[in-house]
Write a protein that binds this ligand. Structure first.
Ligand SMILES: Cc1cc2nc3c(=O)[nH]c(=O)nc-3n(C[C@H](O)[C@H](O)[C@H](O)COP(=O)(O)OP(=O)(O)OC[C@H]3O[C@@H](n4cnc5c(N)ncnc54)[C@H](O)[C@@H]3O)c2cc1C
Length: 489
């Protein structure tokens, strides 16, 4: 039985029912809400508890499948889970939390409606706060990056990048200017973690396949460069497998530059710290993440890297009724021998933390003792393209086809909902029977352009892109927030 919120005494502005506010609809937000829905089923039915999830998109993105979505191996709408469908007992509010005043137990939320109305945002009161806004790309002040860089964290960016790569091949195939052709066929990825290596591996594979259908582009005309500031890539799979991954990528003619940084990418020239100048129209930035900016607009304690200071019980340090997990939370790693170690920002911890988090929220409401989160990292799997991969899990090292298969099986098993699992499996099966899709549907990002032209207006976006346009990156992200699923790429 849930203790009545007004009997807790510690909750300012408390209401007769317990209001749980979840910030973020990603891994932590969705899984925590799912688990709380199950554990508090009776209380929700009796109206003693109500739950709200505030998130900018109406779907949770399964990020480890973004590289396959970019390569066209999985339809983009199948790597996302519609929150309204799976969280039937929660109120889903599409918007962004702009600030949190935990002392007063209120969050200020901007929604599409408040933007339309010109209102400053709505105030949401709560009794328990689960704060999980995740992370954003960690950028550096590299000249030209803000204008030309492309991120790789959202499904919109994955679709945008796929369209962009195919579009570069169309440009290269149709131009008579050798310099433009070379720049169009040069693809620079910065950052040798999961996101950068997997995205590069999948897209290189796709583009090499696509060259079969271009009369004047050969696989060796494509130049793929991976720039990594440290001496190794994929630290998650260990040194030996990381070294293998470098060898495997180089065998495919991918130029892997270790101990190298991107110094500038102004005027469509990527300048590396080793002095190399690469004219290119594609710079993909995947060099790490930093906590979501909203954390700085709360009265909750942050560490020196901007993550929420948490206890092993996943409560926010020094305050009551605030909980956190995932990329935004600095959770002490109680399994590590290194003093002060925190759990790494990855899905493995995020998902496991939600189990303890949800149990602890329920235990706290019922006046029961809380558990500690303890999980030793078990290793990882990474895909390097179709039928290629590396894995280091529970001490076992795998490479090539077995590692790739393990990557698929593992992530399919982790993909939320039977519906999405079945659809992805069906797509993989069909892709074994039919040829890969190689069309760019970049115009989907500007669906009104043709009609604007027909109606005599100046199109907000040209039908044929001008060469000097910056890459599309995450354009259209706001538009997608109004629908349930993002469009097909
Ligand atoms: C391409 C890619 C591949 C990856 N592959 C792997 C892998 O193979 N294995 C692995 O372990 N990890 C992987 N990761 C990392 C993993 O996806 C993250 O660690 C995990 O998503 C973290 O979960 P989270 O809930 O903290 O954040 P997220 O899943 O990012 O969710 C955060 C949510 O909060 C929302 N939000 C942000 N700001 C606000 C706000 N102000 N108000 C309301 N909502 C807000 C966001 O829109 C988002 O919905 C990968 C990441 C990427 C980008």
């Amino acid at each position: 039985m849930v203790k009545a919120a007004n009997s807790r005494g510690t909750t300012p502005g408390s209401s007769p029912r317990t209001r749980i506010l979840i910030v973020g609809g990603g891994y932590v937000g969705m899984y925590t809400a799912l688990r709380l829905q199950q554990k508090l089923k009776a209380e929700l039915a009796r109206g003693e508890v109500e739950m709200a999830v505030v998130t900018p998109e109406p779907y949770m993105t399964y990020q480890p499948f973004l590289p396959e979505a970019a390569a066209g191996a999985i339809s983009p709408r199948h790597v996302v889970v519609p929150l309204r469908r799976v969280l039937g007992k929660c109120r889903i509010l599409i918007g962004e939390v702009r600030s949190v005043d935990h002392a007063k137990r209120t969050a200020t939320v901007a929604t599409l409606a408040t933007e339309e109305e010109g209102a400053g945002g709505v105030q949401l009161g709560y009794d328990e706060l689960v704060i999980a806004p995740g992370s954003i790309s960690r950028t550096l002040p590299v000249p030209g990056l803000a204008l030309y860089g492309i991120g790789f964290k959202s499904v919109e960016e994955a679709i945008g990048l796929r369209n962009h790569v195919l579009e570069q091949m169309d440009i290269a195939s149709s131009t008579r200017e050798p310099a433009l052709r070379d720049a169009a066929l040069t693809f620079v990825f910065v950052g040798g973690g999961f996101a950068g290596v997997e995205a590069l591996g999948e897209l290189e594979d796709m583009a090499r396949y696509a060259t079969r259908y271009y009369h004047n582009i050969k696989p060796e005309d494509l130049k793929w460069v991976l720039v990594e500031a440290t001496s190794r890539i994929l630290p998650e799979v260990g040194e030996e497998m990381g070294t293998y991954a470098v060898r495997e990528l180089r065998r495919r003619n991918i130029d892997v530059r270790l101990d190298t940084r991107l110094d500038s990418c102004e005027n469509r020239v990527a300048v590396l710290s080793d002095g190399t100048r690469l004219p290119t129209r594609t710079v993909v930035w995947t060099a790490g993440v930093k906590p979501a900016p909203v954390l700085a607009s709360t009265d909750l304690p942050l560490n020196e890297r901007g993550r929420l200071k948490c206890t092993p019980r996943l409560t926010v340090e020094g305050v009551e009724h605030a909980w956190a997990a995932g990329d935004a939370a600095a959770v002490p790693d109680v399994t590590s021998k290194v003093p002060g170690a925190e759990t790494a920002p990855n899905a493995q911890h995020a998902v496991r933390q939600t189990k303890v988090l949800a149990e602890n929220v329920v235990a706290s409401l019922r006046g029961q003792p809380l558990k500690e989160y303890a999980h030793a990292y078990v290793g990882s799997v990474a895909s390097l393209g179709l039928h290629k991969g590396v894995a280091h899990v529970y001490g076992r090292k795998l490479k090539g086809y077995p590692a790739w298969l393990m990557h698929r099986v593992y992530h399919l098993s982790r993909m939320p909902t039977f519906n999405r699992k079945a659809r992805i499996l069906a797509e993989w099966t069909l892709s074994g029977l039919f040829k890969r899709e190689i069309v760019s549907l970049g115009s989907l990002e500007h669906p009104r352009a043709e009609f604007e032209l027909a109606a005599g207006a100046v199109p907000s976006r040209p039908l044929t892109r001008r060469h000097e346009d910056p890459p599309n990156g995450a354009k259209g992200r706001r538009q997608s927030r109004t629908g349930e699923d993002p469009g097909e790429g």
